[in-house]
Design a binder for this molecule. Structure first.
Ligand code: NAP
Length: 292
């Protein structure tokens, strides 16, 4: 059980989509938070590269984190397929480095993983279902999951299709907004469905599970399953953007190199947290996104 009240949290990847939402919410909730990334910006105020073990040791010595959130990764799925060794270093070795640096400490680790550890062969997947990653990124995320689960004192949060405010403005909602504002056609891969998950709900739910003392693997995604094209249409409609042509194309034409599962739906057998409807979330985000 990890309560707020001054507990020291280190968020690695605090300038990213998930890390930014977590750092903001945990700070507001009264945790003592240090946000880190290789390049300090946004919510990341401390430089830290997880591929450099001595840097981790130095930050841990200075800050004595009770919980370390790993929201950092080489998240470019097609980049991982092209550069396997970079993915191995940034997605697996970095986690091994953290485990090494934490030897002798009982600090808790929260790690974000992906729906892509599954192959999409079932109607839905719960936490105890067997995994079968189809690409390098997912294989490496699974290897990192295993390292942490073997260490213990870990919560592995698998999520999918994350969207929300972010410094880099790169998630699918931003891509759709940009295309609509420019009146451009949007090409999306055909036959890929998933559950869009709001970064802020993911962050608050993670903190809630942490407070409940949850460990092991947990699935946290929105409850609505959409194709990429329907997700883009909903974003355009609910944000009141000008309509554009949305074209479903073969994955290669949409720029995808790595094989991906067609449809992955994550469900949980371990908690009953439910994300608000996508319509209500987009309504909330409307004013913020209007300022883009
Ligand atoms: N986005 C999704 O739809 C999605 C879906 C499922 C799971 N996930 C998982 O959720 C986690 C967060 O994803 P995200 O979309 O928030 O990622 P993101 O926006 O790409 O942010 C990644 C963050 O990690 C930092 N980082 C990268 N490599 C680092 C390193 N070696 N050492 C320290 N910091 C490093 C980045 O900043 P610097 O580059 O400055 O270091 C950045 O702050 C990832 O583990 C990802 O696999 C994401």
């Amino acid at each position: 059980m990890i309560a707020a009240g001054g507990t020291r949290l280190l968020v690695v990847g605090a300038s990213g989509l998930v890390g930014g939402a977590l750092t903001e919410q945990a700070s507001n909730a009264g945790y003592q938070v240090l946000g880190a990334a290789r390049r300090p910006q946004g919510w990341a105020t401390r430089a830290l590269d997880l591929t450099q073990r001595e840097q981790i040791e130095s930050v841990l010595k200075e800050f004595e984190a009770q919980v370390v959130f790993v929201c950092s990764a080489y998240t470019h799925v097609d980049g991982c397929e092209r550069d396997v060794s970079r993915s191995a270093v940034e997605n697996v070795q970095s986690v091994a480095n953290l485990i090494g640096a934490l030897r002798g400490s009982n600090a808790f680790v929260v790690f974000y993983s992906t729906d892509q550890v599954f192959d999409g062969s079932g109607d839905y997947f719960v936490e105890s279902d067997p995994v079968h990653p189809l690409n390098v990124y997912a294989r490496h995320k699974r290897e990192a999951e295993n390292l942490l689960l073997k260490r213990g004192q870990t919560l592995v949060v698998r999520s999918a299709w994350i969207f929300g405010h972010e410094l880099q403005q790169k998630n699918f909602v931003y891509q759709t907004i940009r295309a609509a504002r420019r009146g451009e056609r949007l090409k999306v891969p055909i036959a890929q469905s998933g559950n869009p998950t709001w970064s802020e709900w993911l962050a608050s739910s993670t903190l809630e599970l942490l407070q409940q003392g949850m460990s092991g693997v947990v699935h946290l995604t929105g409850g609505e399953t959409l194709t990429k094209s329907n997700w883009a249409r909903q974003v355009i409609r609910d944000l009141g953007l000008p309509p554009i042509e949305i074209l479903e194309v073969p994955p290669a034409e949409a720029g995808q190199v790595a094989p991906r599962p067609g449809r992955v739906v994550l469900k949980s057998e371990r908690h009953s947290l439910i994300q608000p409807s996508l319509r209500s979330i987009l309504e909330l985000l409307k004013t913020k996104f209007a300022r883009l």
